[in-house]
Design a protein around this ligand. Structure first.
Ligand SMILES: [Zn+2]
Length: 295
């Protein structure tokens, strides 16, 4: 086993649902820790095969036409990771192991092979292997609602939390490596006052035909729920470039962006988290995901 822990004392694992979530939700955080020498490992659970496509010349990629969007998005994710300086990115169980389940309530939720229908323990086993290899001190994922109710985001939460438990259990599949207890687990969050202000600014300044609603934005919580504020100002450019690399999914316009619905949202370089396992560092709010973790 490679001695990852000897070379890179700080190790951050992020579990996201689709290619593009990592850049939108945690792009500045990933760029900052990568630049600071931490090992940043991204596990993406699906290829995002069910997504819509923004550029007309790529419209043929969608599931109802060529159904090659998943493959295409592997390339977009790789390009985004170059912008963020992240070398270690993987798909849960390998590329295409779990298919995008679509938005809640659509027929794709019941398709064999989709992530929503995967057994949580079976899927978590793939993640335990990554946890025991990389031995991260910090795990970032979504809350039990997946931030906003998308089945793949809910399932990413379940699988990540299950893997957190199983990876620490020495009796669970010792062939996957030595047991590892992740010190801190965070949910990605968005303070309500921050997104409300950002959406007001988008309504005034952004060039998109409309503006998203608060309910379109994942992870919105009362401000006081946020425990940790990550200043990624120095990495705003890297985050915007990573989002632009997801050509089929995101349009970036200055300090704003839109998904395929063409509704403007603020592109925020400060990212927010809620600690849900482990102990907080000394600062309130915390300004470092590794605060209090032995190096
Ligand atoms: Zn997603």
């Amino acid at each position: 086993m490679s001695p990852v822990s000897d070379q890179q004392p700080r190790r951050l694992l992020l579990v996201h649902a689709h290619p593009d979530d990592e850049s939108i939700v945690t792009g500045a955080t990933m760029a900052r820790y990568a630049a600071e020498g931490a090992r940043v490992t991204l596990v993406t659970c699906t290829l995002g095969e069910g997504g819509e496509v923004i550029p007309a010349e790529l419209a043929h990629l969608t599931a109802d036409r060529d159904d090659t969007l998943g493959e295409h998005r592997i390339g977009e994710l790789a390009a985004a990771m170059r912008e963020l300086g992240v070398e270690d990115f993987r798909f849960l169980g390998g590329p295409g192991r779990y298919r995008d389940s679509g938005m809640m309530g659509v027929a794709e939720n019941d398709a064999p092979g989709c992530f929503w229908r995967a057994g949580v323990d079976e899927a978590a086993g793939h993640l335990v292997a990554v946890v025991r290899e990389v031995r991260p001190q910090v795990l970032v994922t979504y809350d039990e609602q997946g931030g906003y109710g998308h089945p793949d985001h809910i399932q990413a939460h379940r699988v990540a939390l299950r893997a957190y438990e199983l990876a620490a259990d020495p009796a669970y599949r010792p062939e996957l490596g030595a047991a590892w207890r992740i010190a801190k687990v965070y949910y990605a969050r968005m303070p309500r006052s921050v997104i409300e202000r950002g959406l007001r600014e988008a309504a005034e300044k952004a060039a998109f035909p409309g503006v998203a609603r608060v309910s379109d934005v994942p992870g919105v919580v009362p401000d006081e729920t946020v425990t940790t504020v990550l200043d990624g100002t120095a990495y705003a450019g890297a985050k915007a470039a990573a989002m632009r690399a997801h050509v089929t999914q995101i349009t970036v316009d200055g300090e704003f962006f839109a998904l395929s619905n063409d509704l403007g949202q603020p592109l925020l370089a400060t990212e927010y988290f809620e600690l849900v396992r482990g102990g907080l560092g000394p600062d309130r709010p915390e300004t470092d995901l590794f605060a209090g973790v032995e190096g």
